[in-house]
Design a protein around this ligand. Sequence first.
Ligand SMILES: Nc1nc2c(c(=O)[nH]1)N[C@H]1C(S)=C(S)[C@@H](COP(=O)(O)O)O[C@H]1N2
Ligand SMILES: [Mo]
Length: 316
Amino acid sequence: MQKLTENQVTPEEIFYQRRKIIQELGALGAMSLLPISSQAESQTNRQLHFVAQEKNELILTPESKVTGYNNFYEFGVAKDSPAKYASSLKTEGWALQVEGEVDKPMTFDIESLIKRLPLEERIYRFRCVEAWSMVIPWIGFELNKLLALVQPNSRAKYVAFETLYNPEMMPGQKNPFFGGGLDYPYVEGLTIEEAMNPLTILSVGLYGKTLPPQNGAPIRLVVPWKYGFKNIKSIVKIKLTEQRPLNTWQAIAPNEYGFYANVNPNVAHPRWSQASERVIGAGGLFDVKRQPTLMFNGYGEQVAHLYKDLDLRVNF
Ligand SMILES: Nc1nc2c(c(=O)[nH]1)N[C@H]1C(S)=C(S)[C@@H](COP(=O)(O)O)O[C@H]1N2
Ligand SMILES: [Mo]
């Protein structure tokens, strides 16, 4: 398995240092993940910022932006709606069902899953199709580690994901106006090769704490080379399939949102350019710092081989 290099993630010493802290906390039991001792956290955060600036590397988006500027249409379409309303999401006793083309279908409860699979921190660029971006310190595990437990069979060509459907907890599912008129439950999909890639993680936390509900508690997908909408939140079901699954945004506007949704500065959205992005939380007047968008969001070395035979203009 390939090793993450410095410019994809973060300087290695820091990466492993934080990982060690997380493992130590993990050893105290699942609940100790929340929250990491504030002392350890501020210490490592300070080092992260320091090294990032010194080496001109990834600078973390402030936590208040990561948890305050969101897309989660089940809780409304405004960027501040999820932070306002997602506290109605109850995640105790959450079950994650993994089924379909696998030898060992299983249902996991999140706490025992966290104990079973060691957690690590991954600092990734995040690029929304709406042309804004962040850098987020996720906590999670590689999706391929979970798939290894259920053992995909030879017919498993795709991996389909589904968000919780519960209109009582999710007002956007009850009221189409509030929920942006999407078809719920929200669904997404990856090819099996994309799902197995070591960059693809299931995240259960960020900034050293369990995921806040607005970021997709208790478990969500993070695929850093793809547009944000692929990163489905609050997952209850993962199904391995032979046929390519539908994804919510492609279903609603197939000419605007594709299945692949790889970050690509050279293929414009029909209504706006994807060549650059607004950096959320970068400061400055009206928060309008822009930077060029990178092919595959900067992760081409790790994933470009997956698409060598594809015309990315057609398969957007
Ligand atoms: N269930 C669900 N998952 C979702 C969405 C959503 O509306 N519902 N929005 C997507 C979009 S468009 C983006 S940009 C990211 C935002 O993730 P964040 O709020 O944690 O930054 O979540 C994605 N996952
Ligand atoms: Mo998005």
